[in-house]
Design a protein around this ligand. Structure first.
Ligand code: SF4
Length: 699
């Protein structure tokens, strides 16, 4: 029996767990000493070994046969030679940007770093971005503007247990990361008050003392209404604002126009509830505001987060113990993934790619000339939009775009227009099934690497078992391609060696990992960045003395509510919003294949009043339509959702055929969380499990 301390393969909590191996048997056990989850896991974590030995696991490269159009097995040399040859030929004919790279928020820091280096050094393309753009980028953009630094939580998650009022805006953490819900329970046991803001009464809302149920896409108006009331009541902490912030006056002037009755008209939140919440916030000594995807995945996502940061700053909270603002990041390495070079505008260490000093530093570590590094590229959705015209080849690592992209039918068309699609994955995901070349790579537990959790804590996922024969790590694949492309620089394949290089590349940057090592992570239950030297203790709490802006003050940014990009009308009279369910994770490429996790397929959650209006009963098939597509799925009739809103989970093909591709101008975040839809009855007894309508399946 061997035991390995590691972390869950899924969400940003990165729960610690023990993998016990005896012969071929691998079992998940608790790791009670790891502080973030104290031994608790959700059912996804407990069943995380379910993909091991799965019959759909890929163990050989696949090439699409030109004659038959089918995928056929190939050797690694044949596959990598073909990819390199075709990339070289395309770049010779059309320039470096004809090759694009798409990464994922589930990749380890080492892979994300190496993928960015592959793009900038070996391919010299500016076209690299990742699916984390669709996850936390609005909160990242807002935090950078307000605080000068983007770390999901600027404090350990357990700090919320001792706040007085915790406001959760658009977060369903009790269902998406259940071990985190213990902090809400302890907060309440300590006498604290939990406020949940969500269009659906979720399991998280069931744990709340106050629940506000606004119209989807109006969280910014709600924050403006609160700032209005706090200001009118004299509850702004003037001393703090004068000493530690700039810009609140302009934000106050905008909020002055958001009197409570107007807020009620826009958000649907009654004036009385708004006033009670404002009074509670004004009276509290410690207030913590946390946002998540419900507030952030909008064309005004950055502005929405800035609106809530303004509330926290007006109350004088950020930087105080057990108070402030934070973002609950989503994907396993959504935080680290954006710090080390997968984002189109960033180099390792959260350095900006258009900063000459940053280019100089990173180029020196990489052993190339700064001028050889490309400039800023396109955000994730813009990159996909450019496929077939701007870029003719795409390399995908750790992302299932066909399921997770907004306006997914259009995105699938762009993928189909490529000359070359290469996908590295564990299984034949919906995106891999479209590829010309599929490269089978290692999964969690078969490889070592670091992740950065939602607190900015860098943790180590240790290898516990050997991968199946025929499978290679992403680091091997990247190195193999770099060598065939004749790249300058060294592409190491040992994760610890890559991490040491990442540390050097990040040194002096905003996300400084230079003082972190695998040994330290093992000994200290993770290390918080920034950590510039081996002697530095790491930084668990930010902003106590100053913010990371040039003058050390936080910025209150003046923002105003504009409403969703696609308003309701007669043809599309209800709001569609999307989200997650407990047993599935992201595009479901992994969790849908774990036998122990229920895979009930998509459903349409709607209120009894709306169900009555269209004549639908619980369990009957209904059709949700938007201007972009249709989904047929069973109705789930519940009184916990607003009567003007329907909800569809996004883990299956279908939900994102409906969603809108309007982008936040500051973050590039698509408007996943609200669009205009129609809902009606479908032919009974033909309910598909895969999200395709009956006619689509037939065709
Ligand atoms: Fe894994 Fe997240 Fe569940 Fe923890 S909460 S076990 S990290 S999926």
């Amino acid at each position: 029996m061997t035991e390995t301390r590691t972390h869950c393969p899924y969400c940003s909590l990165q729960c610690g767990m023990t993998l016990a191996r005896e012969g071929r048997r691998l079992e998940v056990r608790a790791w009670p000493e790891f502080p973030v989850n104290e031994g608790a896991l959700c059912r996804k974590g407990w069943t995380a070994t379910g993909l091991r030995g799965h019959r759909e696991r890929l163990t050989t490269p696949l090439l699409r046969d030109r004659a038959t159009g089918e995928l056929r097995a190939a050797s690694w040399d044949e596959a990598l030679d073909l990819v390199a040859d075709r990339l070289r030929a395309l770049q010779a004919a059309h320039g470096p940007d004809t090759v694009a790279v798409f990464g994922g928020g589930g990749l380890t820091n080492e892979k994300a770093y190496q993928l960015g280096k592959l793009a900038r050094v070996a391919l010299r393309t500016s076209r690299i971005d990742y699916n984390g753009r669709w996850c936390m980028s609005s909160a990242a953009s807002a935090a950078n503007q307000a605080f000068g630094i983007d770390r999901g939580l600027p404090f350990p998650l357990a700090d919320v247990e001792d706040t007085d009022v915790l406001v959760l805006v658009g977060s369903n953490l009790a269902e998406t990361m259940p071990p985190a819900a213990r902090h809400l329970d302890r907060l309440r046991a300590n006498g604290g008050h939990v406020v949940v803001v969500d269009p659906r009464r979720t399991p998280t809302a069931d744990r709340a003392d106050t629940f506000l149920q606004p119209v989807p896409g109006t969280d910014l108006a709600l924050s403006l209404g609160l700032l209005h009331l706090l200001d009118a009541a004299g509850a702004v902490d003037e001393e703090y604002v004068a000493a530690r912030t700039t810009g609140l006056d302009a934000a106050r002037r905008t909020a002055a126009a958001w009197w409570p009755e107007r807020v009620e008209r826009v958000t649907g939140v009654p004036v009385a509830e708004l006033r009670v919440l404002a009074e509670r916030l004004a009276a509290a000594g410690r207030v913590t505001v946390l946002t998540a995807r419900g507030a952030e995945q909008h064309a005004q996502g950055t502005a929405t987060v800035l609106g809530w940061i303004n509330v926290a700053l007006a109350l004088g909270m950020p930087g105080r113990p057990h108070a402030g603002y934070g973002c609950l990041t989503g994907q396993g390495n959504g935080q680290g993934g954006r710090e080390h070079g997968q984002k189109s505008d960033q180099l390792p260490g959260y350095r900006m790619i258009d900063d000459p000093a940053a280019r100089e530093h990173v180029a020196r570590v990489w052993g190339v000339e700064p001028a050889s590094l490309p400039g800023k590229g396109l955000s994730a959705y813009e990159l996909l939009e450019s496929l077939g015209t701007g870029s003719r080849a795409l390399l995908v690592f750790g992302s299932n775009i066909v399921v997770s992209a907004p306006n997914a039918t259009h995105v699938a068309e762009r993928l189909a227009a490529l000359d070359l699609l290469v996908v590295a994955d564990l299984v034949l995901s919906e995106t891999a099934a479209m590829a010309d070349v599929v490269l089978p790579v290692t999964q969690w537990a078969e490889e070592t690497g670091t992740m950065t959790n939602l607190e900015g804590r860098v943790v180590l996922r240790e290898r516990a078992v050997a991968p199946p024969d025929g499978v290679r790590s992403d680091l091997d694949v990247i190195a193999g391609l770099a060598a065939r492309l004749g790249s300058p620089g060294v592409f190491a394949t040992d994760p610890e060696e890559v991490f040491a290089e990442l540390g050097r590349a990040s040194a002096g940057g905003r996300a400084d990992y230079a003082g972190i090592s695998y040994d330290r992570i093992r000994a200290e239950h993770g290390v918080f960045w920034p950590c510039p030297t081996p002697e530095h203790p790491g930084t668990s709490r930010l902003f106590a003395a100053s913010f990371a802006t040039p003058d050390g003050r936080a910025r209150c940014v003046d923002v105003d509510h504009a409403g969703p990009a696609e308003p309701l009308d007669v043809a599309y009279p209800v709001h569609l919003t999307t989200g997650r369910v407990l047993a599935q994770y992201q595009s479901g490429a992994q969790t849908r294949r774990v036998r122990e996790l229920p895979d009930d397929g998509p459903f349409v959650e709607l209120h009894p009043m709306l169900a009555d209006r269209i004549g639908a009963h619980d369990g009957e098939p209904v059709v949700v339509s938007t201007r972009r597509g249709q989904l047929t799925a069973p109705a789930r009739v519940v009184a916990t959702i607003r009567p003007d809103t329907v909800f569809v989970p996004f883990h299956w093909v279908g939900a994102n055929r409906l969603t809108h591709d309007a982008l936040d101008p500051m973050s590039g975040m698509p408007e996943f969380k609200v669009c205009a839809a129609a809902v009606g009855l479908d032919t009974p007894s033909l309910v598909p499990r895969d999200g395709y309508s009956t006619t689509e399946r037939a065709s």
